[in-house]
Design a protein around this ligand. Structure first.
Ligand SMILES: Nc1nc2c(ncn2[C@@H]2O[C@H](COP(=O)(O)OP(=O)(O)OP(=O)(O)O)[C@@H](O)[C@H]2O)c(=O)[nH]1
Ligand SMILES: [Mg+2]
Length: 472
């Protein structure tokens, strides 16, 4: 077994496909709940063949107490595990020490590494690819240094090779940074274009598995009755190397109105996609985003950054909560979501999804949990707390509450109204058709010498329409 295999400081990002893993988790206050890390492991292709949990404070050497770490070693040997998945972040020193203790060849995979593995091959653009490469190299570098420094026995033989590897990783970090700098990011420009075309931008964000994608598909316009939404495109920057960014999302409506998929899996959505949706007559572009999770450097992976940016720049944010979770879990996930988003330009509407499984009393408890977190966010002075609106219960499964949600979004969007009187003529006709195209005509009254038009919609679009009518 080479040191690379033992400590996983290699240059490739292996994925868990076909590998057997033991999950290890520690928590100070409660017995750890491993459901989420197991879900992440399964989504990355691992088969979980055992678990070790511990309730105690952080251990500086192994992340677990020595006794538990030894139990882990024995279990890994007994179950012939390829990897140990640790539910949290391990320092380079802890990664090395645990790797040393485990049977030779057992990889140590902590939460950040697991997420990076999940996102391998998911990048839908060269920029996303480079960002992931950069995150991975930055993560590996201190671990590689640690392994070289600590492996005294082999030091003399391996040091020159180790030094070469460190240099190589450093060079690759610089080169990925340079390549990223060279890619122009046209997302801001695209947002401007979309707004000029009369669309309001809605971002759907929240903890992984909350039901964001399903809700987006519910909200999306079904233009030709085919069950497919009208727009579904990747929001990555356009660098000409996109494959089909919509694989698995665009047109994937087969679960609508049918039985639920068995077994929830986190990180189904790996890049943002956008659908056209009408909210009480208001034309919007609804962006489905990548779910948040705890303990992650969200700015390291581009899809998360794109997600956070979509939330910050949207005219309205839907913050989806899985209302079926336990109150404590709801509070934890909501806090993570709020602190990841940090700040938004537009209002934020919490959406309590999956209410088809709840009775009224249970829903009341969920609302209380959400209010507790919102109050806490206000007390802590989180900038996003000022944008929070009352929560809206929905079910993306059976559609309940979705009508209310559309009305709430339409209400929350910035709106201007204007009444114009325009003379008959081709200028008026073309201004009117321009306004209809942008969905801002609220009513027309024809008179003997012209038409009275009531406009309502995005302030900038209403202003432009008014200018066009005045030129008539
Ligand atoms: N009962 C019920 N299940 C739902 C509802 N909405 C979503 N689900 C289920 O919840 C699971 C996750 O749904 P997704 O829409 O993929 O969740 P997501 O938030 O997009 O998840 P990520 O993309 O992984 O962050 C799936 O099994 C859905 O079928 C709902 O309203 N009710
Ligand atoms: Mg999704």
């Amino acid at each position: 077994m080479s040191r690379d295999e033992t400590h996983r400081v290699n240059d490739e990002t292996p994925t868990g496909e076909g590998l057997r893993a033991i999950v290890a988790a520690r928590d100070v206050d409660t017995t750890p709940d491993t459901a989420e890390i197991r879900g992440l492991a399964a989504a990355t292709g691992y088969t979980v063949v055992g678990e070790i949990t511990q309730r105690r404070r952080e251990d500086p050497t192994y992340g677990l107490g020595r006794g538990k770490a030894e139990d882990l070693m024995r279990l890994a040997a007994e179950r012939d595990a390829d990897a140990v998945i640790y539910d949290g972040e391990l320092s380079p020193g802890q990664t090395y020490s645990l790797g040393e203790l485990l049977p030779a060849g057992t990889a140590v995979v902590d939460r950040p590494r697991l997420v990076m593995e999940r996102f391998t091959d998911a990048a839908d653009s060269r920029a996303a690819d480079l960002q992931l490469e950069l995150a991975r190299l930055r993560y590996e570098l201190p671990r590689l240094r640690e392994a070289i420094a600590r492996d005294d026995a082999e030091e003399i033989r391996l040091r020159p090779e180790g030094d070469r590897r460190v240099l190589d990783v450093e060079r690759r970090i610089e080169s990925a940074k340079r390549a990223l700098d060279g890619i122009t990011d046209d997302r801001a420009e695209r947002r401007t274009r979309r707004r000029e075309a009369g669309f309001d931008l809605v971002a759907v964000v929240g903890y992984t598995n909350a039901g964001k994608s399903r809700l987006c598909r519910r909200l999306a316009d079904d233009v030709d009755g085919s069950g497919e939404s009208s727009v579904a495109e990747s929001d990555e920057c356009n660098d000409g190397e996109n494959g089909d960014p919509n694989d698995g999302e665009n047109g994937n409506h087969d679960d609508l109105d049918t039985v639920l998929a068995t077994g929830d899996r986190p990180f189904e959505t790996l890049s943002t996609t956008t659908h056209e949706a009408t909210m009480d007559g208001r034309r919007t572009l609804v962006t489905d985003t990548v779910g948040f999770v705890d303990d992650l450097p969200h700015d390291a992976i581009r899809s998360f950054r794109t997600t956070v940016e979509a939330a910050r720049e949207a005219d309205c944010v839907l913050l989806v909560v899985d209302a079926n979770d336990e109150p404590g879990t709801i509070r934890r996930k909501l806090r993570t979501s709020l602190s990841t988003v940090e700040e938004t330009a537009g209002p934020v509407v919490p959406v309590l999804n999956k209410t088809d499984r709840l009775d009224a009393a249970e829903l009341g408890t969920v609302v209380e949990s959400v209010e507790t977190v919102v109050d806490g966010a206000r007390r802590d002075g989180l900038p996003v707390s000022g944008s929070l609106r009352p929560p809206v219960p929905t079910s993306a499964h059976d559609g309940r509450g979705v009508g209310d949600l559309r009305a709430t979004v339409a209400d929350a969007l910035p709106t201007a109204t204007e009444t114009v009187n325009a003379p008959n003529g081709s200028h008026t006709e073309s201004a009117l058709s321009w306004a209809y195209d942008r969905g801002i005509v609220d009513g027309t009254t024809y008179t003997a010498d012209g038409v009275r038009v009531v406009l309502a919609g995005r302030p900038a679009v209403v202003a432009e329409a008014t200018r066009r009518f005045e030129r008539s």
